[in-house]
Design a protein around this ligand. Structure first.
Ligand code: NAG
Length: 229
């Protein structure tokens, strides 16, 4: 490259660096303009900015009781709970559930299944989900259940097909259900081949039956497995 062109390019890049530095300096000196008055002792809620990360408090827009009362009074809630009620009634008629059963519900969502079981007289129902919904559902990862081995008579996972790691999801339900107890899982409605694949995920249970059901308005396939060891 010719010398004078090189010099010109150098000068241009030095000029660019200087002007960028000046701009940065200017930006850091200037206080940003805001549209609220920081000296106002009683700012409106939407004008109140946290001063540090410690300043963040979860804002209780509504109490748990109020929220629950609202959710539980919807038609969608009643319809979903009713569909779980008839689902569990079938399991009861086949002697998989009794009032004295210890039942675990994973992927419990807002607690439709838990509500249906308690309403039906099942005394010990534990509902877990990644996001808690007190008082029906507490927080736990279905892939890492915080329960001892073999303490439940029935473990129910309505959304095996949505699990990130289906084999682990199944293994965790299987682990927490006692020998002779049952694991009940459901997936989007499927055929015999898929059912066979799902059955293979179970390591220590034998296949009891598979059936099409409607759960909370969705057609799903329910699979029952009995824990053998
Ligand atoms: C189970 O509990 C419900 C509600 O308390 C009751 O109506 C039902 O009769 C009980 N079932 C049995 C078999 O005891």
């Amino acid at each position: 490259m010719e010398k004078h062109v090189q010099r010109l390019l150098n000068r241009i890049s030095i000029a660019a660096v200087i002007s960028a530095t000046l701009l940065l300096l200017l930006l850091s000196i200037q206080t940003p303009q805001t549209c609220f008055d920081p000296s106002d002792p009683n700012p409106k809620p939407h004008m109140r900015f946290p001063k540090s990360t410690c300043d963040f408090k979860p804002r209780a827009y509504t109490t748990v009781e109020k929220r629950n009362r609202r959710i539980w009074s919807t038609k969608a809630w009643a319809v979903a709970v009713a569909s779980y009620a008839s689902f569990f009634e079938t399991l009861r008629s086949r002697n998989h559930i009794a009032n004295h059963s210890h039942v675990l519900v994973v992927s419990a969502g807002p607690g439709h299944a838990v509500r249906a079981l308690r309403d039906a007289g099942v005394e010990d129902v534990t509902g877990v989900e990644l996001v808690e919904s007190p008082p029906l559902v507490s927080r736990a990862d279905p892939h890492n259940l915080p329960f001892f081995d073999g303490i439940f008579d029935l473990g129910f996972g309505a959304y095996l097909d949505l699990a990130l790691f289906p084999a682990r999801y199944v293994a965790q339900i299987e682990r927490t259900v006692r020998r002779g107890g049952v694991c009940v899982v459901a997936v989007a409605e499927c055929g015999a081949e898929e059912v066979a694949e799902i059955v293979k995920l179970f390591r220590k249970s034998r296949f009891i039956d598979a059936e099409s059901v409607v759960l909370a308005g969705e057609r799903r396939t329910r699979i029952v497995m009995e824990v053998e060891s």
